[in-house]
Design a protein around this ligand. Sequence first.
Ligand code: SAJ
Length: 426
Amino acid sequence: MEFNTISVIGLGYIGLPTAAVIASRRKKVVGVDVNQHAVDTINKGEIHIVEPELDMIVHAAVKEGHLRATTSPEPADAFLIAVPTPFKAEGGNDHVPDLSYIEAASKAIAPVLNKGNLVILESTSPVGATERVAEVLAEARPDLTFPQSHGEDSDIRIAHCPERVLPGHVIRELVENDRVIGGMTERCSKAATALYKIFVEGECITTTARTAEMAKLTENSFRDVNIAFANELSIICDKLDINVWELIRLSNRHPRVNILQPGPGVGGHCIAVDPWFIVSETPDEARLIRAAREVNDGKPQWVIDKVNEAVGKFLSANPEKTAKEVSIACFGLAFKPDIDDLRESPALAITQKIAASNPGQTLIVEPNIEALPAGKLEGCTLVTADDALESADVVVLLVDHKPFKSIDPQQLEGCYLIDSRGIWAA
Ligand code: SAJ
């Protein structure tokens, strides 16, 4: 199958890098996004998101005429859907996935579909979402045939191929990672494999669409469950007066044990979200997966309780001081080390809660940002590590950024420490 023009629907954290990498292989790529600002930015050869190396690749692809962005879909040989799958707002705490973006993208490409086209769903999706795409397309285009009714002979081929790239390493992982490709039929899988072979150096392994959907959810749930185990251990060890970091190091000496690291909770846009896609479909069966989510979601409050406990201890040891005179320093706001991404960050949520309840000064150290996010941390001050350690009474380590690891332990002496990452307390 030949792909001369490839259309990527959704130019966000996955769609834009994918579009740019395909364009860098000298294919004509048309990116589609409902966000006019994103479209205009990309057409100028610039980017609206943060990801190392992406700016250079987009700039070159646009300048050489291989990549162009638009707000309305155009005919192409293949369509790659990479739009978000958030939770439904009205679902409250039920964490029900909202397929409306996927449905809207499917409706948008339906009018420009032609016989022989390939449609790939890349968005992380609950099991059955690819079949839903096929249904929406078939409803809109009764003149074409689809795999659910015509199997291998269908006019349109449809597959699910989840992305698995690690934010911060997207460009390398897009090329190097193996891909799981789940076609609705074998021909669909073959067509999708041919498309990914344009830029993927890893292996392309084919399966069914449902298995591919579940594979992505399983990968992130695996990690979530294992982080929950580490987080639960940290709470148990705190009660039993055992150093959890040492405990994990020792246990990991066993040849078949590999425990992950406890932290202040699980952030990011994937690991804290995807397991719910399994839970919402099979609530009675997904008991461990749900419990892991609850353990990880409960960890930020546990850290806040520890900070309050430390403030109490400080005040009892310094009876001349009032709560207003306690200075708390929070180290790290990002959702993981050495990035500037504050979205879905437990460190940010913890800091916000501390700042809201602390009548004294709240200092923030985050070497990866230039200014505090607007309107989110009223009354807090962004300072250097040295300044914070000079005046803080209570120090909370929330993210294990590299520069924090080299802080001289002497500087920490005299502070009440809560080290949620174990870089100082290890
Ligand atoms: N974390 C811990 N302890 C650990 C490891 C991680 O507390 O031992 C925390 C991190 O601090 C962070 C969160 O977990 O808050 C998630 O970070 P991460 O680096 O593990 O993963 P993400 O969310 O950046 O990217 C994940 C990756 N999935 C897996 O590693 C299974 C990535 O490959 C996926 O493509 C991505 O989710 C996604 O898009 O689904």
